[in-house]
Each structure stands twice: as C-alpha cells, then as structure tokens.
Design a binder for this molecule. Structure first.
Ligand code: CA
Length: 326
C-alpha cells in the first residue's frame, strides 16, 4: 500500500526525466525544507519522494539520535508534535511532559504513526490548509533509509539531487552522552558524501559545533552556519573561517518597506564579500507575514536581495519561479 502510494506520487509529479544537473553552487538553489512539507507531513519518505519529483536541488534532513544511536530524520528532539507517541507510550514522557526521541529505540520509533504537525497541548494542526492531521499511514525513518531513497531515485530518474542534513541540538546530545555529529559524519562518508563536490551540505545552528566539524573532525563537506539572532551577524568574519555559507532567518535580510518596496540589510553583500553563500529559511506560501504574495516574497529575496538559495515548504513554486528567471 505504502509503496503504491509512493509510486503514484512519483508518477503524478515526475512528468519527464530531467537531464543530470551539474553539481555547481553558482546557480540559485531550491532546498526542500523537511521535504515537500507544504503538501505532505514533514520529514516523511513520502514528502521526500514528492520533493525529488519536483526537481529541487537539495532535500533537507534534520537529524536526532534514537536511544540505540540510530540517526532519525525528525525536526525536533521531541516526538509529541508530529506522532501519536502520547497514545502509544503514555508513560514514557519526562517531567517536562515531553516525549524525547532519545528515550526510544529505533524499533519502538518505527511503531509510531507520523502526522501533520500539531500543537501537543491543544491538538490543533499548525498549518490549517495542509495535509489533514492524523490521516494516512506515515512512519519515522533513519538517515540511512532517506539517503538510500534519494540515491535510488537519483539512479532511476537520472537526476543528481543532493542532501542537506542538519545536526540538531548537539549540546543536548552531548549532555545525554551521545556522539550525534561523529555518527552522522561516518554515515555520510559511507554513502559517498565526503567533499564539497558530493552534493551534500551540512548545516548546524551551533557555531562551536560547526567549527569543530571543520577544525577538529576535519570534514571537507560544504558547511552552512545557521543563524537565529541579529547579534550573530557580527560574527560573519569568524563564520567565514570555517563555513562555506550561512542560513539566516529571511527577516535578517529585510530592513524596511518604503512605498511598497523592501530595503535590505547589508547581510547578503557582507556574506558575499567573504565568499559565503546565503540560504535563508523558510519560504512558506501559506505563512506570508510581511509579503502580499508568495511571488512578492520570491522576487524580493531571490532576485532583489540576491540570495543564493531558499529553504522552502513549497519547492515546486520556487523551482518554477527560478525556471522563469534563470
Ligand atoms: Ca532544519
């Protein structure tokens, strides 16, 4: 049933085989944020298959360890806002009332049903017009399972779509006695992701950890420093000593809106001067905030602000937009 669904999604979306794209970092890239998460529950293999069929450049994986050290693809260290863990294992929450991926074995995690994201306190779906919460038959999966899916699809469709894994909360993992980064790097190397040419971009919010990946662990991968807070823009020079790009919140790029036109901070030009690529998050057609339309958001950031790539929940829209522009 599940494989039939995957196949149907693929047929539906992949109208023709695209020629192999060169592994260049010079064109603007589309990163499927948690897969095609605007259309299917985030970080499911179905959402990744759909993103692959949409001809994105990279598909994102957030990575968290299980109790038995299997790297799982899930956005948070918690389980209770995207699975039915509270129903299946009601006694396994910690004192903060949260259920942690790290407290469950891979086999236990595989018994859970994955759902469209919801608020665990109210049960309410976060993005109301997306895939209905609690419907379908979706499962969690490991990083290895996802790499095999993407690499397999690359073979069968003659594409070269990359992976864009994120090391989640390394400090939390260290406190729990886990070596998340080392485990992930080993798996990436085993699957052929070792250098900047291998269509793998590794990302992390924790600057100390990303620097450690380059300096101590001697990784040659393309590294992107994620940024959350305005004061981090002062550290660009330091980021450039070990990273190849930055992943800021898109609002760090916007300055003011004057007569309907946005002005920009110096973040993109400062980064470009240091040789850093800029891949902001997150382009959501159903959460526009300060923009009147998704078209305006794409035009403003991708063209006017001259960023190098976008994390998006709606990869087909950004792929089509860039096809017209490039
Ligand atoms: Ca992420």
């Amino acid at each position: 049933m599940k494989s039939v669904l995957l196949f149907l999604i693929y047929l539906l979306l992949s109208s023709c085989n695209q020629p192999i794209k060169k592994a260049t970092m010079n064109k603007k890239i589309v990163i499927a944020h948690r897969g095609a998460s605007g259309y299917l529950p985030e970080h499911t293999l179905e959402a990744k298959t759909m993103a692959h069929a949409m001809n994105v450049d990279f598909i994102e994986q957030d990575v968290v360890l299980s109790k038995d050290n299997i790297p799982m693809v899930i956005h948070d260290i918690y389980l209770d806002d995207v699975t039915n863990v509270a129903i299946i294992f009601p006694d396994r929450k910690r004192i903060d009332n949260r259920f942690y991926v790290i407290d469950f074995t891979f086999a236990e995690l595989k018994t859970l049903q994955v759902s469209e994201r919801f608020n665990p306190k109210t049960g309410e779906q976060v993005y109301k017009t997306r895939f209905p919460k609690g419907k379908g038959n979706f499962k969690l999966h490991s990083l290895q399972e996802e790499i095999e899916l993407i690499q397999g699809l690359n073979v069968s469709t003659k594409k070269n779509i990359g992976i864009y894994p994120e090391i989640k909360d390394p400090e939390f993992h260290q406190k729990e006695g886990k070596k998340l980064t080392e485990i992930v790097l080993k798996i990436l190397a085993n699957y052929g992701y070792k250098t900047k040419k291998d269509k793998c971009i590794l990302q992390c919010f924790d600057a100390k950890e990303l620097e450690r990946i380059r300096v101590e662990l001697k990784s040659s991968l393309f590294l992107v420093q994620l940024m959350e807070f305005p004061e981090e823009t002062k550290q660009l020079n330091h980021f450039a000593t070990y990273a190849d790009g930055i992943g800021p919140w898109y609002r760090q790029i916007l300055d003011q809106k004057i007569n309907g036109k946005f002005t920009f901070t110096s973040l993109v030009s400062d980064a470009h001067q240091l040789g850093l690529k800029v891949h902001p998050y997150t382009f959501r057609a159903d959460a526009l905030a300060e923009f009147n339309s998704f078209e305006e958001m794409m035009e403003t950031l991708l063209i006017e602000a001259n960023i190098d790539g976008a994390f998006t929940d709606f990869p087909d829209l950004v792929v089509n937009f860039l096809k017209e522009k490039q």
